[in-house]
Design a protein around this ligand. Structure first.
Ligand code: G6P
Length: 367
């Protein structure tokens, strides 16, 4: 009913707008005196003893949240992280042992492939820390340690708020890990946490762009194919954006690491094909822009998602969505919201059943 939807036309839109609060509920209880603190969740620092690397297992959107976490663990802490699709991991005799921390991500805590991956990790002697939204779910019960996300119930099949809170949970764990191991200083940890607490306002600012995003959706709804390109952390956001668009708008889309385009996919770029380019990382910004120019010169309709103010150059993009200023590690929250809204408005503009897309289930509990 419309009351359950809090006045929003769909659960998905309601859940997108709930993200600032969901993030607050997830982050705040784990911050004490400006530093990350997981003891009250039963996650003692001794968990990190002897850990040399991390394996993340999950499915779908949760797996994409794991990829964002990988980026932070590797770039900020230099800890190697493998992200594994649970349905692959469970059948491949994975290389893990007691020195590998397995992080399991699941909104429902009931996904069968993820649950079986967890059981296999435990059998191999790897300590398992799961990040789960549903209290008392099977994955939570079977894990050695649980960090609950507090997204609240997620009703729409396409996951939104569960994804951003999973990312925030990965960030909290990374920050605690870095602090305990002396990889980052207390000042660095404080700065990181300050930025993490600030994502609430980044998202609120981003939501003010909803009208521009609706215009983007109106443009791409008529297209049979959409491409997402980005580098580094933005590439992981492209993967999630492409999944979201496919799930609810039934438009074919692909996510490509921008530098890989020229190795094949650029053959598909022709007149008027929408390319959504994400460019939040300063280090590779000019690289993404040159990839954008390559597709633009082949006729693509380019939508640029970036911090840049002065892209009015039509040789670069046709439309731009400007993100609030932030380091790319924290910009992901803004980018995620933009990409969720693009998928949402595209599906809605096509008159589709946004909350219950065909062939999909909220939680896949049988193989
Ligand atoms: C299903 C849902 C996805 C979700 C995936 C993993 O496919 O449709 O939205 O990402 O399962 O679910 P989980 O509950 O384990 O996060």
């Amino acid at each position: 009913s419309s009351a359950q939807k809090g006045g929003y036309p769909h659960f998905m839109l309601k859940e997108i707008y709930e993200q600032p609060d969901a993030l607050d509920r997830t982050i705040r209880p784990r911050v004490s005196d400006g530093l990350p603190f997981l003891e009250e969740d039963g996650i003692s620092d001794s968990l990190f003893d002897g850990i040399k690397n991390i394996t993340v297992v999950a499915c779908g959107t949760a797996m994409h949240a794991g990829m964002v976490g990988k980026y932070v663990f590797e770039s900020k802490l230099r800890i190697p992280v493998n992200v594994e699709i649970a349905s692959e991991f469970r059948y491949k005799d994975p290389i893990i042992d007691k020195n590998t921390l397995t992080i399991v991500l699941s909104q429902s805590g009931e996904t069968i492939d993820t649950l079986e991956a967890l059981r296999l990790a435990k059998k191999k002697g790897s300590p398992v820390l799961s990040i789960v939204n549903v209290k008392g779910s099977t994955i939570a019960r079977e894990s050695d340690y649980v960090l609950y996300t507090h997204a609240g119930p997620e009703i729409a099949v396409a996951s939104t708020k569960a994804y951003t809170v999973q990312i925030s949970a990965m960030y909290l764990i990374a920050c605690r890990y870095g602090l305990v191991k002396g990889i980052i200083s207390e000042d660095e940890a404080r700065e990181f946490i300050k930025n993490l607490e600030n994502v609430r306002s980044i998202i609120e600012d981003t939501l003010k762009n909803a009208n521009t995003i609706k215009m983007v959706a109106n443009r791409i709804m008529i297209s049979p194919d959409v491409f997402y390109i980005g580098r580094g952390i933005d590439y992981t956001l492209c993967l999630e954006a492409s999944l979201k668009l496919k799930e609810i708008s039934y438009i074919h889309s692909e996510a490509y690491a921008a530098g890989e385009l020229k190795h094949g996919t650029i053959a598909l770029i022709s007149e008027n094909v929408p390319v959504i380019a994400i460019a939040t990382e300063k280090d590779v910004y000019s690289k993404v822009i040159s990839n954008v120019k390559e597709v633009k010169s082949r006729g693509a309709f380019v939508i640029l998602v970036s911090h840049d103010d002065d892209i009015n150059d039509t040789s670069v993009c046709d439309m731009q969505i400007k993100l609030p200023e932030a380091d790319s590690v924290f910009s992901v929250f803004a980018t995620a919201v933009v990409l969720q809204l693009i998928a949402y408005y595209t599906s809605d503009a096509k008159g589709l059943d946004v909350d219950k897309p065909r062939n999909l289930a909220k939680s896949v509990t049988v193989e």
